[in-house]
Write a protein that binds this ligand. Structure first.
Ligand code: ZN
Length: 305
């Protein structure tokens, strides 16, 4: 089957699903200052509901790394060190201290309690992500991490954005090192073809990459896809809308089509002789397509200087 007819995500794709869970373990519940109904309302506002079901293809070989607890417990999308995390200044580093309305969320934690949360939920999640990416790179020479999110139709107070500004259907987030212009453009175009409005790095920017590869390994590509919840969700209670399955299959189709823009770095450069002429051959493999070209080079080009 050619890559253009593929129906399943490729095995070098990793879906990162950080904000889909609504689980708050009983051992952590006591840290929160909210009563049950206020906590439920906060979970409803802050969860990227059903993003696993929106993005994942159960039958594909792509790896899925999903955070098993709510972002209110620990937000795995943040830097572990508050000094590096811009949202920490707002009380929303890896361990939130405020709600989406910038009101107190948690009682103050001791250093030991903070560390226990990171050990229980943050580090194991990132170890799974690192392993999935390493596995793809080792087996296939490349990896694309799709960071799977959704966002409310109206900006929440913590975003410090104007709630009156209309938001796009889809926001694509990129990283200067890990997202090639071709990859960004392929994602934007794929979603636009579905008739959705798409913006780049607005209202949300960036794309997550495992820290060991960050700005070091160009075999690892990354893109963030943020879906406006008005497309698939009843935002008042987090229930799926009737068109959920249709929207999900369109999202998966877009991700599948756009992932083909990831270029493998497999290729070679060869000097040789053919009929007495010096030949330079460049061969590059992109997905399953091999492109090879040769040019004749004159000896004097290599003797000067
Ligand atoms: Zn999210």
């Amino acid at each position: 089957m050619s890559p253009h007819q593929a129906e399943h995500y490729p095995p070098w794709l990793v879906l990162h699903v950080p904000h889909d869970s609504i689980d708050v373990p009983p051992a952590v519940r006591g840290q929160f200052l909210l009563n049950d109904s206020d906590l439920l309302a906060e979970l409803t506002r802050m969860t990227d509901h059903h993003t696993l079901a929106l993005f994942a293809q159960p039958d594909s070989p792509a790896a899925v790394v999903r955070a098993p607890v709510s972002r209110l417990v620990v937000d795995v999308e943040r830097f572990q060190d508050d000094a590096q995390e811009p949202m920490a200044a707002r009380g929303m580093g890896a361990v939130y201290t405020v709600t989406s309305h910038l009101k107190p969320l948690r009682r103050p934690l001791s250093t030991g309690e903070h560390e226990a949360l990171m050990q229980a939920y943050y580090h194991p999640h990132h170890a799974r992500l690192e392993a999935a990416v390493s596995d793809a790179v080792e087996r296939h020479g490349r990896c694309l991490v799709i960071d799977c999110h959704s966002f409310p139709a109206t900006a929440l107070p913590y975003e410090l954005a104007d709630p009156a500004v209309d938001r796009p259907d889809i926001c694509i987030g990129t990283d200067a090192f890990h997202t090639s212009p071709e990859l960004a453009s392929a994602f934007v175009t794929a979603f636009q073809r579905e008739g959705w409005s798409v913006s780049l790095n607005k209202p949300f920017a960036g794309a997550l990459v495992p820290i060991s590869r960050y700005q070091r390994d160009s075999r690892v590509s990354a893109v963030m896809v943020e879906v406006n919840r008005r497309l698939y969700l009843r935002e008042s209670d987090g229930e799926r809308m009737p068109e959920f399955d249709d929207v999900a299959s369109r999202i998966r189709r877009c991700c599948l089509a756009a992932s083909a823009a990831v270029c493998s770095l497999r290729g070679f450069l060869l000097f040789g002789q053919q009929d007495g002429r010096n030949i330079l051959t460049l061969s590059k493999q992109s997905n399953d397509i091999q492109v090879t070209g040769s040019i004749e080079i004159q000896p004097c080009q290599w003797e000067s200087g």
